[in-house]
Design a protein around this ligand. Structure first.
Ligand SMILES: [Cu+2]
Length: 561
């Protein structure tokens, strides 16, 4: 019983926090989840510092309500990470100018890291180091959420190779609201192999954290607004980069390294330079590719990262280049509202109105030119700069012979809206702490073949109840699936041919040659991945990184044992 009391208390605190932030009601989808009887989450005492652990880097990380000047006029109430370096190299923390985002943390492979997370929010929280391979206790599992006033001490060895990672809350049923209100930050890991490449650094290495937000007339964040935001995830009306609207960078005519993270709750970008220059990709979630790849555009789903070589040499001083997100067929932002400048705000659409609107948008989804994400202003003409290495690293490709289960892949079947309460699930089961299935038990130190695909059939009933929008909606949206722990490799993508027409709009935008921790699974796709489960036993989450889907139960966990 105690845990149920805890859960209601957390929800009360959530609602109190929501009210304090100035938006009125609990989102409909969250209300709909109440009473679904999710498994009780144990309450565990916060981890304390271990005297035996001698950190190379120690950081105090406080999350608390704050305000940020984002738009002209009134400041915006946000929730924010405040980091302070207690011990370690001076350049460990960098603040992004005028941003509500947490400081960029720069770590080196092999460092011992201690982070003291203090919760000064009006509700419980816990932080996950998305991309880092750490023990369960250090992974920000929702069972370790701390109450207001408490501190959780993380201590881990940094095992990852050079890469860009993403810290954010992973609080049970509250990840979406906490991230939306500002809790997010970047971790850059460096190592000697990367350093030897002498890639652009310092002012020539620029983090680009892309998010979308909706503001009211008083410059305050609006979140929620009806069932479609649960179904498709919340899509904001304005694009922010590094917490700024209309973001631009001033550059010289030389090469830059753009470290791009999609930290949006749900929005998927189809990134492309506006003048048709290909995007030169040198890395993804888990670090550098073997060699640079040129793409006409790149699909970047929530939590995915992109390491871009952007060479502006030969361009004229005073000229501009714009990174845009192009329109694509099946973009959930167009199905789910929050059209850029389209005035789709406000809830309460249902039945025929919603069907009509969605039909209209879907027909135009592949037309149009999309929207700008950020602008590059060529300011200074210079004659020198680094050149692009032809070879970046060595990636040992896994083969089917390497896996422990070649004939019995671990299934991750995505299904959404399979009954009236709008629950979302993986393998037909919404998240429940005490519900690990035998297929989710993974022997430690094995390499596993995993198949991620869209479940068929589920959703028909629930969707039919919603005014006949067609269950195709749920089955036909892309979901970015994130697996905690070590990175994986994408073995292949198998497409059901009836989806080929829409797929043609996105198929050239996947970068599957590197190490990944989040993979976008498009409608009709079956994606086979190979993932190692080494070093650590325990519970490790896997979930959709559309944060509304995660909070609604499109999350499960592996028991590595
Ligand atoms: Cu999803």
């Amino acid at each position: 019983m105690q845990t149920i009391v805890d859960r209601s208390r957390r929800r009360f605190l959530l609602q109190a926090g929501v009210a304090a932030l100035g938006y009125a009601a609990t989102p409909g989808w969250l209300r709909a989840m109440e009473g679904m009887g999710m498994g009780a989450m144990p309450k565990i005492a916060p981890n304390k510092a271990s005297p035996a652990f001698n950190p190379d880097v120690e950081i105090e990380l406080v999350c608390r309500p704050s305000s940020a000047s984002i738009l002209n006029g009134r400041a915006t109430r946000v929730w924010q990470y405040f980091a302070r370096l207690i011990k370690g190299p001076e350049n460990t923390l960098t603040t992004l100018p005028e941003s509500y985002l947490g400081s960029v943390m720069r770590f080196w492979k092999g460092q011992k890291i201690r982070i003291r997370l203090r919760n000064e929010l009006p509700e419980s929280t816990i932080t996950h180091w998305h991309g880092l391979h750490v023990p369960m206790l250090m992974d920000g599992h929702p069972m370790y959420a701390i109450d207001p006033g408490e501190t959780f001490v993380y201590e881990f060895d940094l095992l990852n190779r050079a890469s860009m990672n993403f810290y954010h809350p992973h609080t049970h049923e509250a990840t979406a609201t906490q991230v939306y209100h500002g809790l997010a930050g970047v971790i850059l890991v460096n190592d000697q192999e990367e350093r030897a490449l002498e890639l652009p650094s310092g002012e020539y290495e620029i983090p680009i954290v892309i998010q979308d937000r909706t503001f009211d007339d008083e410059n305050q964040l609006i979140y929620g607004g009806g069932m479609r935001h649960g179904m498709f995830g919340f899509h904001g009306e304005r694009i922010l980069v590094n917490g700024r609207p209309d973001f631009h960078i001033d550059v010289s005519t030389r090469a830059y390294r753009l470290r791009i993270l999609n930290a949006s709750n749900a929005r998927i970008y189809k990134l492309a330079w506006d003048d048709g220059t290909p995007i030169t990709v040198i890395g993804v979630d888990g670090g550098l590719l073997e060699r640079p790849e040129e793409k006409p555009y790149v699909m970047l789903a929530p939590a995915e990262r992109l390491d871009v070589w952007a060479d502006f040499s030969g361009r004229r001083g005073g000229s501009q280049l714009v990174m845009r997100s192009r329109a694509f067929a099946g973009d959930p932002a167009r199905m789910g509202g929050g059209m850029m400048g389209g005035g789709m705000m406000g809830g309460g659409m249902c039945g025929r109105g919603m069907r009509g609107r969605m039909g209209g948008e879907m027909m135009t989804a592949s037309g149009g030119s999309g929207y700008p994400v950020f602008t590059v202003n060529i300011k200074r003409e210079v004659s020198d700069g680094p050149s692009l290495p032809t070879r970046l690293t060595k990636i040992e490709r896994y083969r089917l012979e390497d896996v422990a289960n070649p004939g019995r892949p671990v299934s991750i079947a995505i299904s959404g809206g399979h009954h009236m309460s709008m629950s979302m699930s993986l393998n037909g089961r919404p998240y429940d702490f005490n519900d690990v299935q035998s297929s989710e038990r993974i022997p430690v130190d094995t390499i596993q073949l995993i198949e991620v695909f869209h479940a068929r059939g589920g959703g028909m009933h629930g969707m039919a109840m919603m005014g006949g929008m067609g269950m195709g909606m749920m089955a036909s949206m892309p979901h970015p699936i994130h697996l905690h722990g070590q990175c994986f490799q994408v073995l292949d993508r198998i497409l059901d041919e009836q989806y080929e027409e829409d797929y043609a709009d996105i198929r050239d935008g996947f970068v599957d040659s590197g190490w990944k921790d989040t993979v976008l699974v498009a409608p009709g796709e079956r994606v086979r991945i190979i993932k190692p489960f080494q070093h650590f036993k325990g519970r490790f989450m896997y979930h959709c990184h559309i944060l509304e889907h995660e909070d609604m139960g499109m999350m499960r966990e592996f028991a590595v044992e």
